[in-house]
Design a protein around this ligand. Structure first.
Ligand SMILES: [Ca+2]
Ligand SMILES: [Ca+2]
Length: 518
């Protein structure tokens, strides 16, 4: 990926082809004016219920081409940004979703959440937005106190309206519409990705949905309350970061080799039978683990959410679940869960005084039902998107300890049953953290794969992705690489040579490798 960006940067910095253009000063504004593009003039672009607040040329850097930077506000308070390559536009539009409760405009962010510079470097006209409100960070939900308008904006409207504004700005700047349009998001951005497929079926030719939080009341309400209540001891949390390390090592000892390769990673958690009772931990700690690895239920035993903390996610528990050594972290039980329940989960907000210990698994799921209509994008009917020719590429890290991958598999089964046709692919990535944020585990992080190139090949050249190439790197060195296969196929090592070499890996369907028993 770095090589591609470098190549594109080199392309953008290449000397102009004709003598006439070569006389243009090395000033991006003058160069764009030469092509009839006027960034500052975008300030007056007519937008419905929106204002452009900034339109300025930005000079090229080592990593980015020169671009026209446009910021605006869609009423009441969705802030968005569009970055338009001054020259060598690839003719395409890229839009990013935000993460968590959003609330910031992170065009320059690393990774894929909010970030658009990686697309800009490829020549895309790229847009992002803040989810429809301002906040102090992605775990801050105070903006949603008695604010159904902002909740609907975060739910679906901010993306839909920013899409319209960005396309209008692109058409004004380049005097033409994009040939292809793509959306990519992870976590809440993945929820937004599936929402765009549902509510804006004709806006994007291709959509990447990573680790999608498809059902916020079910996950961040019910499941996070389940996790927090299970771990609530008389003196605070029962499980410590040190306990997480004990569980991590035991899971690897029990299940690493079972997938065929001792690589420090459980590549197929579904086939890992790990029993916390075998651990040398106290009974109350084992009871927490039993709850975390189980789906939440009510008093009648009804399953309230179809997923739980996945086996193999333990390397990432300190940030998400147990807290970090020395403090911080535990974002599921101390930040996302409580903030959602206080300000977003119920039509009438209980507010700042609410404690997650109050969550009632018998009555509160039903109280959240009205908000499902606003937030959830797990409707399996993607017929309109499919019929518009859209392509959906979903991925999820198997070691995601905040947005549990079991829900994505449950959705995938329902969606592919409801919406037949060859328009969607799912890639379950072994050992990867939520959105590949943390690189500390045995699997790849977000720098180790490139779903956008795969989606481009599918949309633009009809090459449906049957595998994604992934690479584990550390300090610039590639430690290993191998394919991740389109679900339900799995990557199998043929046992010859070095497992670090991708040559020994092929994609096999479950039926061929496991005698059809799953
Ligand atoms: Ca393994
Ligand atoms: Ca609210």
């Amino acid at each position: 990926m770095k090589a591609t960006i470098a190549a594109l940067s080199a392309l953008c910095l290449a000397a102009p082809a004709t003598a006439q253009v070569a006389e243009v000063p090395m000033d991006s504004g003058a160069a764009s004016a030469q092509e009839g593009r006027d960034c500052a003039a975008l300030d007056t672009t007519a937008l419905a219920d929106a204002d452009i607040t900034l339109a300025v040329d930005v000079a090229a850097t080592d990593n980015l081409p020169a671009y026209c930077r446009v910021q605006g506000t869609i009423l009441p308070e969705t802030r968005f940004e569009v970055r338009l390559p001054t020259q060598d536009w690839n003719g395409k539009f890229y839009m990013a979703g935000c993460g968590g409760f959003c609330g910031t405009l992170g065009a320059d962010a690393p990774g894929t959440i909010n970030a658009i510079n990686h697309a800009l470097a490829r020549g895309y006209a790229a847009a992002t937005m803040d989810g429809g409100h301002w906040g102090t960070g992605s775990t801050d939900a105070r903006w949603a106190l008695a604010n159904p308008v902002a909740e609907a904006d975060w739910g679906y409207r901010a993306v839909a309206e920013t899409t319209k504004a960005a396309k209008t700005i692109i058409a004004a700047y380049y005097r033409g519409d994009p040939e292809y349009s793509y959306f990519q998001g992870c976590s809440t951005g993945g929820r937004m990705a599936n929402m765009a497929a549902l509510r804006q079926p004709e806006d994007f030719d291709g959509i990447i949905s990573g680790a999608p939080a498809l059902d916020y009341p079910g996950l961040v309400g019910t499941s996070f309350a389940w996790i927090a209540q299970a771990d609530a001891g008389p003196d605070g949390p029962i499980l410590t970061p040190a306990d997480a390390a004990v569980v991590r090592d035991a899971v690897i000892a029990a299940c690493d080799a079972g997938d065929g390769v001792e690589d420090g990673m459980v590549s197929d958690p579904l086939s890992c039978d790990f029993d916390p009772a075998t651990l040398d931990l106290s009974e109350d700690k084992i009871a927490v683990l039993d709850a975390w690895y189980s789906e939440p239920v009510n008093a009648a035993g009804d399953v309230l959410y179809p997923a739980s903390v996945p086996v193999g996610s333990e390397p990432f528990w300190p940030l998400w679940l147990t807290g970090l050594e020395g403090g911080g972290g535990a974002l599921v039980p101390t930040a996302f869960g409580p903030n959602f329940l206080k300000y977003m989960a119920f039509p009438d907000d209980p507010g700042a005084g609410y404690s997650v210990s109050e969550f009632d698994f018998d009555t509160d799921p039903a109280r959240m039902a009205p908000m499902e209509e606003v937030y959830n994008s797990d409707d399996p009917d993607l017929t309109a998107f499919r019929d518009a020719g859209g392509k959906l590429l979903m991925y999820h890290g198997w070691a995601d300890a905040i947005v549990f991958p079991g829900k994505t598999l449950d959705y995938w089964d329902k969606m592919t049953a409801e919406t037949t046709g060859d328009f969607a692919r799912l890639f379950m990535i072994p050992g990867m953290d939520h959105c590949g944020i943390q690189a500390t585990g045995p699997g790849i992080d977000q720098s180790g794969f490139d779903p956008l190139s795969a989606l481009e090949a599918w949309v633009e050249r009809g090459e449906a992705p049957e595998r994604l190439d992934t690479a584990k790197t550390a300090e610039g060195e590639t430690l290993w690489s191998r394919p991740v296969c389109a679900w339900p196929a799995k990557a199998q090592f043929d046992g010859s040579g070095d497992w670090r070499d991708p040559a020994g890996w092929t994609c096999e369907t479950a039926k061929a490798t496991e005698n059809g028993d799953r």
